[in-house]
Design a binder for this molecule. Structure first.
Ligand code: NDP
Length: 334
C-alpha cells in the first residue's frame, strides 16, 4: 500500500514510518509539512521521495491509497475530510479532533465515502493488553469489580511544546493520554464508561492546559474504573490492575509504545506470570489497517473507537472543570 504522511511529526519519525514500511509492499511516497524547508529535510532524512506544503497536491497523487495523519490535533478534521473526499483511506492520530462532533463528522464522512478510517490507538495492538483482554473474556478473574489505570509519565523534553502550552492545538494531558486510557478500558472490559467524576491540575508543566488528571468512571456492568494521567511524573511507572471476584491481574510498565512490561495473574491457585507475544505495537496496528482496506476484518481501533475515547476524555475534562459528575456523551458514535 502506498501512503502519504500528513504531518512531518515525531511519532511518524520514531515509529510509524518503520511500521508502514514493515508491511508487505508498504511504501511512503510523500510527506506534507507546513514548511517547505522542514518538509524537504524530513523527506531527505527518512528517504521519502516527495514533500508538499499543499494538502491538495499531496492528495492529488493517484498512487496514494492511504494517508497517515499525525499533525497537531486541530488540523486532523480538515485534513481527514479532504483525504476522504478524494477517496483515500485514513489512519488518523488520537485525539481524532477538537470536539466529539468533529470526530464523528470525520468518521461518518469516511463511512459514506466507503473508505476505511482508523484511529491510531496503539495500546490495544500490544500483545500484553491483548493477553489481559483474553484472560478477562475467558472468565479467569470472574466478574470484574474494578480497573485501576496508572498512566502518569514524564513528557520528554522534545515533546514539551504544543502539548503543554497550546489549547488551540489540542494540548493538555486529557486529550493526549486520557483518550488512550479510555480506549484501553473499553478494549479490556468490552463496555463503554457511563459517568465520570474528575479533578485536574497543572503541576509544573502545563501553561494554560492541565498536565495531570485523576478520574473515576462507572461502567454499565457495575465495575469501577480509576484513571491517572500526567506529564510530570518521572518515576511513577505505568500500568494497570484489573480486580475480579476470582482473581486479579497486575500489568506493570505496559502503558508504553514498546512491547515491554510484565503481567501477573493472582488467583486462589497462586501467582503466575502471564506470557504474551512481543510484536511491534504500531506495526500490528498498520497491518490490521491494511488488512481492513483489503476487506479482511476491521482495523484494531475504528473511527468510532476514536470518537468514543474522545467522548470519555472530554467528559473527564468537563467533570474536572465543573466539579460535577458528567454522563459521557457519545453523540453519534456507534
Ligand atoms: P510533533 O510536535 O512532533 O508534530 C506535530 C507537528 O509539529 C508536525 O506535523 C510538524 O508540523 C510540527 N513539528 C514537529 N517537529 C517540529 C520541529 N522540530 N520544528 C518545527 N515543527 C515541528 O507531535 P507528535 O508527533 O508528538 O504528535 C503528533 C500527533 O500524533 C498528535 O495528534 C498526537 O496526539 C499523536 N501521537 C500519537 C501517539 C500514539 O501513540 N498513538 C504518540 C505520539 C503522538 P509540519 O507537519 O507542518 O512540519
Amino acid at each position: 500500500m502506498k501512503w502519504a504522511l500528513i504531518g512531518a511529526s515525531t511519532i511518524a519519525a520514531q515509529y510509524m514510518i518503520r511500521a508502514i514500511r514493515a508491511q508487505d509492499g508498504g511504501e511512503i511516497v510523500s510527506v506534507l509539512s507546513g514548511s517547505a524547508a522542514r518538509g524537504a529535510d524530513y523527506a531527505r532524512e527518512h528517504g521519502i521521495p516527495k514533500s508538499f506544503t499543499d494538502l491538495g497536491e499531496a492528495l492529488a497523487d493517484p498512487a496514494v491509497e492511504a494517508v497517515y495523519i499525525s499533525t497537531t490535533n486541530e488540523k486532523h478534521l480538515s485534513q481527514a475530510l479532504a483525504a476522504i473526499a478524494v477517496g483515500k483511506h485514513v489512519l488518523c492520530e488520537k485525539p481524532l479532533a477538537m470536539t466529539v462532533a468533529d470526530a464523528a463528522e470525520m468518521v461518518a464522512a469516511a463511512e459514506k465515502a466507503g473508505v476505511v478510517f482508523a484511529t491510531n490507538h496503539h495500546l490495544r495492538c500490544s500483545g500484553s493488553h491483548r493477553a489481559v483482554r483474553d484472560l478477562i473474556a475467558s472468565g479467569r478473574i470472574g466478574k470484574v469489580l474494578s480497573l485501576r489505570l496508572f498512566h502518569a509519565v514524564h513528557l520528554p523534553e522534545n515533546l514539551q511544546g504544543w502539548r503543554i502550552n497550546s489549547a488551540d492545538a489540542g494540548g493538555g494531558v486529557i486529550p493526549d493520554i486520557t483518550v488512550h486510557d479510555a480506549d484501553v478500558t473499553r478494549f479490556l472490559l468490552g463496555e463503554d464508561p457511563e459517568t465520570v467524576v474528575a479533578q485536574m491540575t497543572a503541576s509544573g508543566m502545563g501553561e494554560g492546559v492541565e498536565d495531570s488528571a485523576m478520574s473515576v468512571w462507572t461502567m454499565p456492568s457495575g465495575a469501577m474504573v480509576m484513571s491517572h494521567e500526567s506529564f510530570t511524573h518521572p518515576f511513577a511507572g505505568s500500568g494497570f490492575e484489573v480486580h475480579g471476584t476470582e482473581g486479579s491481574i497486575f500489568a506493570r510498565g505496559v502503558m508504553t509504545q514498546r512491547p515491554v512490561g510484565e503481567i501477573e495473574l493472582v488467583t486462589k491457585a497462586g501467582r503466575a506470570t502471564v506470557p504474551y507475544p512481543a510484536h511491534d505495537l504500531y506495526g500490528r496496528g498498520v497491518g490490521e489497517f491494511v488488512a481492513a482496506v483489503q476487506g479482511k476484518g476491521k482495523p484494531a481501533a475504528t473511527g468510532w473507537d476514536g470518537v468514543k475515547s474522545l467522548a470519555v476524555a472530554f467528559a473527564v475534562r468537563e467533570a474536572a472543570a465543573s466539579g460535577k459528575r458528567q454522563t459521557v456523551n457519545y453523540g453519534a458514535a456507534k
